[in-house]
Ligand binder design. Structure first.
Ligand code: PGA
Length: 257
C-alpha cells in the first residue's frame, strides 16, 4: 500500500515566538500539499503557541518525562504536552539517549505513558559511527527497537496511526553526511521485518519508517523514493519555512512505499 509521506520538523532547542511566522508559512503551504502529512516539533515553550497558530499541520513534543505529574523539577509529562496541544511525541532521539543517558527501558516507559496520554509516537533509533564501522549497525538498531516498541491497539490502521519509527544514523545528524541509499534501504528493510514480527503483517507493513540525518531539499527526493522510506525527520532544514517546504514538496511529488 502506498503510504502518505510523513515529514516532521524537529526544531530541537531552537525557536522563540519570533519563529511563529515560519510555522504559519509551513501551515499555509501544507494546506496545498495534502498528499503529505506535515508536522513540527517545536521546543516545549512554543507548543501551545504553534498549536494556536496552525490549522493543517500536526504539532508535537520532542520528548516527555514518564508519569503524569509529581516532584520532577524541570520535567514535562506526556499529558502536559497533550494539554498544550501536542498530538505526538518524539522519543529516543540520539540527543536524548546520548546527552541525557536515556536507556531503551526508559524510552519504553515513556512510550507507554505517552500512549496513555493519547499521543502518537515517533520512536527514534540509530547507530553511532563506531557501531556502523564495526559492521553491527543493523543488529544495534533492531536491539534498540525491540527493547522500546510498546504494545499497540489492535487493527492495522490504528497501529499505523499510533506509531512511526525514525531511523537516524547518529553520524548523519547535523553533519551534512547522509547514509547511502543502499544503507538506508538495508536498515529500513530490517526495521520493516521487525515491525511485521511485532505487530503482524498488515500493521507492520503500514507503519511509516522515516529517515533522518541531514535531509534537505536537495537530497529529499532520492531519499524519500528509497524502499521502505515513509517520510523524513528533519532538524536543521526545518528551521526555515523555505528549506523545510522544499522537502515537503519533494515528498508530495513522490509515491513512497
Ligand atoms: P538534521 O537533524 O536534519 O539537522 O541532521 C535530524 C534530527 O536530529 O532529527
Amino acid at each position: 500500500m502506498a503510504m502518505r509521506p510523513f515529514i516532521i520538523g524537529n526544531w530541537k532547542m531552537n525557536g522563540t515566538r519570533a519563529m511563529l511566522g515560519e510555522a504559519r508559512a509551513i501551515d499555509r503551504a501544507a494546506q496545498r500539499l495534502m498528499k503529505v502529512e506535515v508536522a513540527i516539533a517545536p521546543p516545549f515553550t512554543l507548543i501551545h503557541a504553534v498549536h494556536r497558530e496552525v490549522e493543517q499541520i500536526g504539532v508535537g513534543a520532542q520528548d516527555c518525562h514518564t508519569g503524569t505529574d509529581g516532584a520532577f523539577t524541570g520535567d514535562v509529562s506526556a499529558s502536559m504536552v497533550a494539554d498544550a496541544g501536542a498530538k505526538f511525541v518524539i522519543l529516543g532521539h540520539s540527543e536524548r539517549r546520548e546527552g541525557h543517558g536515556e536507556s531503551d527501558a526508559l524510552i519504553r516507559q515513556k512510550a507507554d505513558d505517552a500512549l496513555e496520554a493519547g499521543l502518537r509516537l515517533v520512536l527514534c533509533c540509530g547507530e553511532s559511527e563506531k557501531v556502523r564501522d564495526s559492521g553491527k549497525a543493523e543488529k544495534f538498531v533492531l536491539d534498540q527497537l525491540r527493547a522500546s516498541l510498546p504494545p499497540l491497539e489492535d487493527g492495522a490502521d490504528a497501529v499505523a496511526e499510533q506509531i512511526a519509527v525514525a531511523y537516524e544514523p547518529i553520524w548523519a545528524i547535523g553533519t551534512g553526511k547522509t547514509a547511502s541509499i543502499a544503507d538506508i534501504e538495508e536498515i529500513h528493510a530490517a526495521i520493516r521485518g521487525l515491525l511485521v514480527e511485532t505487530y503482524g503483517d498488515e500493521a507492520g507493513s503500514e507503519i511509516r519508517i522515516l529517515y533522518g540525518g541531514s535531509v534537505k531539499a536537495e537530497n529529499a527526493a532520492e531519499i524519500l523514493a528509497a524502499e521502505h522510506v515513509g517520510g523524513a525527520l528533519v532538524g536543521g532544514a526545518s528551521l526555515s519555512a523555505e528549506s523545510f517546504l522544499g522537502i515537503v514538496i519533494a515528498a508530495s511529488d513522490i509515491e513512497t512505499n
